[in-house]
Design a protein around this ligand. Structure first.
Ligand SMILES: [Zn+2]
Length: 81
């Protein structure tokens, strides 16, 4: 589930920022650390985690220490963040 998705037009320097699918609508949201995000996912039930993962661009969990995840408030709440 952790294939990186480099389908954006951003420069390589943004490779370690991931956004939820709502970002383009510019809802209120915030950046979270990759480790924090992964830890939150692991606390969810499998079905909820699958849904949450589907709402956010994926990344290698090994990269979590380097990754920043931007989540709208709705996605953050779903993750308990
Ligand atoms: Zn969202």
């Amino acid at each position: 589930m952790s294939q990186p998705t480099e389908q954006g037009e951003g420069p390589a320097s943004t490779a370690f920022v991931r956004y939820c699918i709502h970002y383009r609508k510019h809802p209120p949201g915030a950046y979270y650390g990759g480790i924090e995000y992964v830890a939150a996912l692991q606390k969810l039930k499998a079905s909820a985690a699958m849904q949450a993962v589907g709402n956010v661009e994926s990344f290698f969990w090994n990269d979590a220490p380097k990754v920043q995840v931007w989540l709208c408030h709705e996605c953050a709440a779903a993750l308990g963040l």
